[in-house]
Design a protein around this ligand. Structure first.
Ligand SMILES: C[C@](O)(CO)[C@H](O)COP(=O)(O)OP(=O)(O)OC[C@H]1O[C@@H](n2ccc(N)nc2=O)[C@H](O)[C@@H]1O
Ligand SMILES: Nc1ncnc2c1ncn2[C@@H]1O[C@H](COP(=O)(O)OP(=O)(O)OP(=O)(O)O)[C@@H](O)[C@H]1O
Length: 283
């Protein structure tokens, strides 16, 4: 039996850093939303575990791939050694702040659970996902969610539908590097603040207020890649005359668009720079 699963990307509508933790991670408050940009993952029973990657040369196919890490975590918690052949068709830009690898890991956990007749429930899947990375737990359910602690403690709010302009400027951002080069930050942002600033304007479709309130503390990082992204951000804002912010640890940048706005935006000046430019939607 072969299953083919879509693996969506995400954007961070906001991200505040509340402070550094003893374990070297940062306590953050972030608002996630999945978008209609997908990798495709096929999984079928086989004599042994193998992974083939198509569509990208910058994604490892061995033990460093988050898909293999997901298989290891599945075995650790269920005692079932996955004997599957997995093919990853990579479409999501890598190192782009879009959670591609995290999404793949979550989707493979769900796919293995389905192939092996559901040995664990969703709650256990979220726990297993949190062991793989800070963004992975979000992708077990997706849609609109607020994440706190490392980003793995989640509150889900269904999903909203809005248009975005997404630009990937072909800059690789290492998440660890971006966090390592942050200035000291000690905010006290709570879930209620994210609901007031982001979720309520979003649900009311008050995108003007939403754009005003959106924020990403990782734009303050002095990592080289972020300084380059900030130059790109200025170029995009001048070109499309609307607020743009970096997604996650970058390098992607996006704008939330009013309905009907995308028909009025000429993206050719941005495409001429060799950047990956797409009109997409939240899902
Ligand atoms: C930037 C975001 O993508 C926003 O959604 C996440 O915070 C990062 O999630 P992720 O890519 O799954 O990150 P992980 O693979 O868990 O961690 C990579 C590295 O980023 C840093 N890291 C990550 C998450 C976090 N809350 N604090 C951190 O300091 C740590 O140095 C960690 O070793
Ligand atoms: N299945 C995978 N897909 C993409 N990247 C992977 C995968 N497995 C491991 N990686 C590695 O993870 C790193 C970046 O992954 P990813 O594309 O998720 O970054 P990102 O979009 O910035 O994610 P995030 O928003 O969580 O920081 C790269 O170094 C990449 O080689």
């Amino acid at each position: 039996m072969k299953i083919i699963l879509p693996s969506p990307a995400k954007i961070n509508l906001s991200l505040w850093v509340n402070g550094k933790r003893e374990d070297g991670y940062h306590n953050i408050l972030t608002v996630f939303h999945t978008i209609n940009l997908f990798d495709y993952i096929s999984i079928q029973r086989s004599g042994h575990l193998e992974l083939n990657v198509a569509g990208s040369t910058s994604v490892p196919a061995g033990g460093d791939n988050l898909i293999i890490k997901a298989c290891d975590v599945f075995y650790k918690h269920t005692g079932i050694k996955p004997k599957v052949s997995i093919t990853l068709d990579k479409k999501i830009p890598v190192g782009a702040g879009l959670g591609g690898g995290s999404s793949n890991a979550a989707v493979v956990l769900k796919g293995l659970n389905q192939l092996y007749d559901f040995p664990v429930d969703d709650e256990k899947l979220v726990e297993m996902a949190s062991e793989i990375g800070s963004d992975v737990a979000f992708f077990i359910k997706g849609g609109l969610a607020i994440g706190c602690q490392r980003g793995e403690k989640l509150t889900f709010y269904g999903s909203q539908n809005f248009d975005i302009l997404l630009v990937f400027p072909n800059i690789f951002c290492s998440t660890a590097e971006v966090y390592k080069n942050l200035p000291p930050l000690n905010r006290n942002m709570e879930i209620e603040d994210a609901e007031r600033l982001i979720l309520i304007p979003l649900m009311k479709r008050d995108y003007k207020t939403l754009r005003k309130n959106m924020w990403n503390d990782l734009e303050l990082s002095q990592a080289d890649c972020v300084r380059k992204v900030m130059e790109v951000k200025k170029t995009i804002e001048d070109s499309v005359e609307t607020r743009v912010i970096m997604s996650g640890s970058g390098s992607s940048l996006f704008a939330v668009l009013d309905k009907g706005k995308k028909e009025k935006i000429d993206i050719t000046p941005l495409q001429r720079k060799g950047w990956w430019v797409k009109f997409l939607s939240a899902i």
